[in-house]
Design a binder for this molecule. Structure first.
Ligand SMILES: CC(C)(COP(=O)(O)OP(=O)(O)OC[C@H]1O[C@@H](n2cnc3c(N)ncnc32)[C@H](O)[C@@H]1OP(=O)(O)O)[C@@H](O)C(=O)NCCC(=O)NCCS
Length: 343
């Protein structure tokens, strides 16, 4: 369906995430994005700061290009194009946010058209976008569908008030040991993390997302682990070690973005397929939450996202005391390659 272009012209400015000169515009970009996220999710929004995005971005692995939408001298919207370079080089990840004061005037459409143009120019054949809403009715769905996107994955955002963490059950002698570390991933864990992070890209529900196995090695794991500190965040991780082989077979980690005011983020959680069914999910998450509470007494809430069809993970969350607070959706569109002109 054609999208009407209305209102004043939208000027799109490409920003360099790492440029000192661009910092004021980057701050305006982050503010527009945060205003949009907070409008839609209230206290359950987790907006990034510029400093965080800088710390979390290794341009050799994934480049991130922010686009600021300016209307009449105002920062009206924030877009971003993320292009993976080590794996999934057929995919582009897009971010489109319109400041709530500027919605329904064509800003989002202008940003998205430019992101798609750049993705095609970079040879990408799939574009992925995310949206989030407090209820099942997601206003961004109309925007996505209007622009030719299909729903590829629905996730649930859940939160655990640390005070509501359910008490530990007595456990029998186990074939697994749970270990915890704060800060960077310990050197002795790095090699096993190559397998764990690769499996994180294949052994978790992906819906219809056009994503392939990721390519990890020790230097990438080390960089990934340290990126949280570069982003100014605290980090704590719990792993499960198979006593028989000595290998790590599961992990979960939590980050603490200081600007979220006592909310910590539970990022990846994985038990590799061969070791599922032994209660490791609950043990890992509980151990990580305990270590978080000990090391970061200011944190009161853990926030996490899980695929809506990930029944096991959601059961683990319920057992720990998490409750669902919002929905997140991933949208996907196959991008048309430009037709080669024969002269
Ligand atoms: C979704 C979002 C980016 C739309 O931005 P926008 O600047 O308002 O979008 P546009 O004005 O270009 O809208 C284009 C068309 O999308 C559809 N659309 C956009 N928002 C809509 C809404 N809330 N309800 C119904 N249709 C909507 C309409 O067809 C609209 O055309 P119309 O206004 O002529 O009817 C904005 O609501 C937003 O920032 N949401 C939060 C972040 C997000 O969800 N991003 C997109 C993920 S897919």
């Amino acid at each position: 369906m054609p999208v009407r272009q209305r209102g004043p012209d939208v000027e799109l400015r490409e920003l360099d995430l790492f440029s000192r000169d661009d910092l004021p515009l980057l701050q305006a970009w982050a503010a527009a994005r945060a205003a949009s996220e907070t409008h839609d999710l209230g206290d359950h929004a987790s907006p990034y700061t510029v400093e965080e995005l800088r710390g979390l971005t290794d341009p050799a692995t994934k480049s991130r290009t922010p686009l600021l939408a300016v209307v009449g001298g105002h920062a009206a919207g924030a877009g971003m194009l993320a292009l993976p370079h080590k794996d999934n080089v057929h995919v582009a990840f897009g971010v489109v946010h319109t400041d709530p004061a500027w919605r329904r005037r064509g800003v989002g459409s202008a940003v998205l058209a430019e992101l798609e143009r750049r993705a095609v120019a970079a040879g990408r054949t799939s574009m992925l976008l995310e949206s989030a809403s407090l209820t099942e009715r997601d206003p961004a769905a109309s925007f996505a569908v209007t622009h030719g996107y299909d729903l590829a994955l629905t996730s649930l955002e859940s939160e655990l008030a640390l005070g509501a963490l359910t008490p530990e059950q007595a456990t029998e002698e186990s074939a697994y040991a749970i270990e915890v570390a704060a800060g960077d991933v310990p050197e002795s864990w790095l090699e096993d993390h190559v397998v764990l992070l690769t499996r994180m890209s294949t052994d978790t529900p992906q819906g219809n997302l056009d994503l392939q196995e990721e390519s990890w090695d020790v230097p990438r794991v080390r960089q990934w682990s340290h990126s949280q500190q570069d982003a100014g965040r605290g980090r704590v991780e719990a792993v499960a070690r198979d006593r028989a082989s000595g290998r790590l077979v599961g992990y979960t980690f939590i980050t603490v973005p200081p600007h979220l005011g006592g909310v910590a983020i539970q990022e990846d959680t994985l038990v590799i397929r061969e070791h599922r069914g032994h209660g490791l999910g609950v043990l890992l998450k509980r151990a990580c939450a305990r270590a978080l509470a000990d090391g970061w007494p200011q944190v009161h809430t853990i926030r996490t996202w899980n695929a809506a069809d990930n029944a096991h993970m959601l059961a683990v969350n319920r057992a720990l005391g998490f409750r669902q607070v919002a929905f997140e959706r991933e949208w996907q569109k196959r991008l048309a390659r430009p037709v080669a002109l024969v002269t």
